[in-house]
Design a protein around this ligand. Structure first.
Ligand code: AMP
Length: 532
């Protein structure tokens, strides 16, 4: 019973049982590559041997900067299999943040897509990465070629590493509510148990007969853990590469007979428009589940998928700090015969916790009753919930003394344990599935000579789920135009971080403690982007 729950154990199982199942990946030139798990795992071993040859040892960090592809899956499996730690870099971050993250994690090797080399070039001078392996064609001098590395790998020289289930297998960085991004480390055990939890019939029921298309970037919490779950259960995997427009996704769903797909609402809203615009053109009869998470799935979208395309949306909630799946919304038996409107209302909630994930909502007065109306901050614990951030010493108020993680999400919990997110306590904006730090924008705005005070809040947006809106108080006697302030921010942030709107006010609402009362601002500007 002391069997180690590890990624090598996942790989061994797939190798022996599911060698013929397909791994499909659309390349940057739009051609579709097809491999089997047998081929992928052979290449995974070669990559492991090559990384060992480059000096990668147990605990060393190997970073990736890449789109979703078969090669990326190979890195996902190869790195933890030799006891090293997979560190996926978010290719949408500003290069200063990437440099910070690479240094914080002490990444030694980087595996990068050829198309993302220009991004790497922007921060390479500020990092100490030793070797860079390029996926794609003909890298210049100083780079290693991924395919050549695999071809030359000495399999006989590959050393098996005795991986302990508590060892680190992978890590991701999450936008801190304040300050720099923070690293979260996943142990082998956490990933294996998370895969188990995700595969069960009452959750996503992922099995050998499935073909799964995650449209979640490979840098975002290991595409919700799906590459590991699919490998464990032998489900086919489809990787979309850099082509994420609705038509490309719809074509892939049809041609690969995808049974389960997962992504943030923005992606599905785009797909919905494509399906609506071309009725009957796409045969999605194989699709059994549309998993939506990362931001709230709007009820209107859930209804449209059901009524117009016969597809049930499974709403999921999770976090980087929990590998990431926490809750899922499957309709309970008690609502099987309920009117469609009641079912819809239920499906728009974030759902009930996975096995071994425990939840509670905390108010200033103590634990909130599970009555479906008392709001509190959601706290979680479980075998795939982080206990601390990487490299952060000292107490952190996100982790309670009695072992729970404070999510920063404000919820109600029903008598049957179904959560509904009502607000967010953390100062972050989630745009198209990616975080924008409102605090960083505020601090920068307050550096403008004309600005006295600035607050940035998340405002609901029909396409991007949320977009930042800045509320500014100017210094006495000053006047400014919104564009002037946005231009001031531009050099310091990725373009998609910039606030869409700047509102000028004479005073910002405050809490009794004197902080900006962002909940009041969120409420005031709630409808601001709804008709854009
Ligand atoms: P991340 O760490 O980037 O995965 O983001 C986690 C956060 O995204 C959660 O704490 C929520 O604020 C938000 N989130 C994730 N899933 C949902 C959902 N289904 N509905 C609303 N917000 C969500």
């Amino acid at each position: 019973m002391d069997y180690q729950l590890s990624i090598p154990a996942i790989v061994r199982r797939t190798e022996t049982l599911f060698g013929d199942r397909a791994v499909v990946s659309r390349r940057p030139d739009r051609t579709v590559g097809r491999s089997s798990y047998a081929e992928v795992l052979e290449r995974t071993k070669r990559l492991g041997a090559a990384l060992q040859r480059l000096g990668i040892r147990r605990g060393d960090r190997v970073a990736t900067l890449a789109w979703a592809s078969q090669q990326h899956l190979e890195v996902y499996l190869a790195v933890p299999s030799i006891g090293a730690v997979l560190h996926t870099l978010n290719l949408r971050l500003h290069h200063d943040d990437l440099a910070y993250i690479v240094n914080d994690a002490s990444d030694r090797v980087l595996v990068v897509d050829e198309s993302l080399l220009p991004l790497y070039e922007k921060f390479r001078a500020h990092t100490a990465i030793e070797r860079v392996v390029v996926i794609g064609s003909s890298p210049g001098p100083g780079y290693l070629d991924y395919e050549a590395l695999l071809a030359e790998a000495d399999l006989a020289g590959r050393r098996d590493v005795d991986v302990d289930e508590q060892d680190a297998a992978a890590m991701c960085y999450t936008s801190g509510t304040t300050g720099r991004p923070k690293g979260v480390v996943y142990s082998h055990r956490a990933i294996v148990l998370h895969s188990f939890g995700q595969g069960m019939v009452d959750t996503l029921g992922i099995g050998e007969r499935d073909t799964v298309l995650p449209i979640v970037p490979m840098f975002h919490v290991n595409p919700w853990g799906l590459p590991f779950t699919c490998t464990l259960f032998g489900a086919g995997q489809v990787f979309p590469g850099p082509h994420l427009d609705p038509k490309s996704i719809a074509d892939l769903l049809v041609s690969e007979r995808v049974t389960l797909r997962a992504g943030v609402p923005t992606v599905w809203l785009g797909l919905l428009q494509e399906l609506d615009a071309h009725p009957g053109e796409y045969d999605l009869s194989r699709l059994r589940a549309v998993v939506v998470g990362g931001s709230a799935a709007p009820a209107s979208m859930i209804r449209a998928f059901k009524e117009r395309h016969g597809l049930d949306v499974v709403h999921a909630w999770g976090m980087t700090e929990m590998a990431p799946l926490g809750t899922l919304c499957n309709l309970p038996t008690s609502l099987r015969d309920a009117p469609p409107e009641v079912q819809l209302q239920y499906r728009a909630r974030q759902g009930t916790p996975l096995p071994f994930v425990e939840i509670r909502a905390t108010t200033e007065q103590g634990p909130a009753p599970w009555d479906g109306s008392t709001m509190g901050e959601l706290e979680v614990r479980g075998p795939w919930v982080a206990r601390q951030y990487y490299n952060v010493d000292g107490p952190d108020d996100r982790f309670t003394p009695d072992g729970w993680f404070r999510t920063g999400d404000i919820v109600t919990i029903s008598s049957r344990g179904c959560i509904e997110l009502t607000d967010r306590a953390k100062d972050l904006v989630k745009s198209g599935g990616e975080w924008i730090s409102s605090v960083a924008l505020e601090n920068a705005l307050m550096g403008h000579p004309k600005v006295a005070e600035a607050a940035v809040v998340a405002v609901p947006h029909p396409r991007w789920d949320e977009r930042p809106l800045a509320v500014v108080v100017l210094k006495p006697g000053q006047s400014a135009l919104p564009d002037e302030l946005v231009a001031f921010l531009e050099p310091h942030f990725a373009k998609w971080w910039l606030p869409d709107t700047v509102e000028f006010v004479t005073e910002l609402p405050r809490t009794s403690a004197g902080k900006f009362k962002k909940s009041a601002l969120r409420e005031r500007y709630r409808g601001r982007y709804m008709n854009v």
